[in-house]
Design a protein around this ligand. Structure first.
Ligand code: NAD
Ligand code: GLY
Length: 366
């Protein structure tokens, strides 16, 4: 097991928490005990993850005299909403959960986001632990304290910054993760190489085959190196006033793709992969990177079996979905672009004709 220390400056001071990455660590409740303020926890999970991991966690805690209140939500992005959040509050209140009751998120990014938001608001804030069980959640969403729910007008529009007490990323839980979900998580791993870690990118190029085969040691190293990158970025900028925005590489186009295709049709990582290729193409047109680098980026996504283009989405749709109409010239979109592999930059002055030229070439028009 490896432990990475997150040392993050928050509004209320310095927040330090360990991120444990290892195999079978779900069966080590001693990693959780130091962070429990009373012998009662609430565990939020969903109907898919509960049959796989909930009982083992409850039993482990029970053997150490800790009682659990299970809260099992329906599975899906569409349930990351106000109504389901309220259901969590109903169960917490019905079971007399107090300010010292820790809430544990057991699941992927959807469970982590909604549970973190519940923890940040229930009784004005109760302790919170992340046990991420998808690759995406282990390398990205469980770290850094972004919590929230969706609104019908957009994703993650209601939320808070609320850091967990500890994160337990058990790579063994990935054994049951469907391959498409696993591969979607790889997009966020590649992202760290692209935005700030050239050496990691090269390592990923060499080891992608073994990651796809879920080879324990290599997969563990990919998760660890991703977590370290995320921690360093969040430590520098918890509230996304500056550098944290580079974590959104590919997301401006990616969110448009997810939205256009209908949430759930394209997984988040799939949309981010295709979106990152568009960001790379735009970077080349802005004379920030060379063609050879764009091809290398496409090639690593292909190696990871991720999509690099989107069928059936035209320039006008992209512009509308990115909040940008061809006619509204004064409203600039902020793009995360690449100045090289391993170096991201924020760019708010992409000329509209350059953006449209790129989209005309790489989207399906007509
Ligand atoms: P998800 O939570 O929907 O999980 C994907 C699927 O895998 C679900 O069906 C889930 O039930 C299932 N699953 C989870 N663990 C499993 C396991 N071990 N075995 C078998 N099945 C398992 O999706 P995700 O990709 O983990 O997360 C996406 C969400 O994360 C989005 O809502 C996105 O907005 C959010 N997100 C948040 C942040 C952040 O910083 N807070 C960052 C990135 C993404
Ligand atoms: N996943 C984006 C962020 O944490 O800022």
């Amino acid at each position: 097991m490896q432990t990475i220390l997150a040392n993050i400056s928050t509004d209320s001071g310095q927040h330090n928490y360990p991120i444990h990455v290892g195999s079978n660590i779900l069966n080590k409740p001693s990693l959780i005990f130091p962070y429990l303020a009373q012998k009662k926890v609430a565990i939020v999970t969903n109907t898919t993850v509960a049959p796989l991991y909930l009982n083992a966690l409850i039993d482990n805690l029970k053997n150490n005299e800790i009682n659990s209140v299970p809260i099992i939500l329906p599975d899906g992005e569409e349930y990351k909403n106000w109504e389901i959040l309220n259901n969590i509050f109903d169960v917490l209140l019905a079971n007399n959960c107090e300010r010292n009751t820790t809430i544990i998120a057991l699941g992927g990014g959807v469970i982590g986001d909604i549970t973190g938001f519940a923890a940040s608001t229930y009784l004005r804030g109760v302790p919170f632990i992340q046990i991420p069980t998808t690759l995406l959640a282990q390398v990205d969403s469980s770290i850094g304290g972004k919590t929230g729910i969706n609104h019908e007008l957009g994703k993650n529009l209601i939320g808070s910054f609320y850091q967990p007490k500890v994160v337990l990323a058990d790579c063994k839980t990935l054994d049951t993760l469907p391959n498409r979900e696993f591969i979607s998580g790889i997009a966020e791993i590649i992202k760290y190489g692209l935005i700030r870690d050239h050496v990691f990118f090269e390592w990923l190029e060499k080891n992608m085959g073994k990651i796809l085969e879920r080879e324990d040691k290599i997969l563990g190293e990919a998760i660890e190196r991703s977590c370290k990158n995320k921690v360093e970025i969040v430590a520098a900028d918890e509230r996304e006033q500056g550098v944290r925005a580079i974590l959104n590489l590919g997301h401006t186009f990616g969110h448009a793709i997810e939205n256009a295709m209908g949430y759930g049709t394209w997984l988040h990582g799939e949309a981010v992969a295709a979106g990152t290729v568009l960001a790379a193409e735009l970077s080349e047109r802005m004379h920030l990177i060379e063609r050879i680098e764009v091809e290398r980026i496409k090639s690593i996504f292909l190696q990871a079996e991720l999509p690099i283009s989107v069928p059936n989405l035209n320039t006008e749709q992209y512009l509308n979905l990115m909040g940008r109409d061809k006619k509204v010239k004064e409203k600039n979109i902020r793009f995360v672009l690449l100045q090289g592999i391993g170096k991201a930059t924020i760019c708010s002055d992409v000329p509209i004709n350059v953006l449209i030229g790129m989209l005309d070439e790489y989207s399906t028009n007509g």
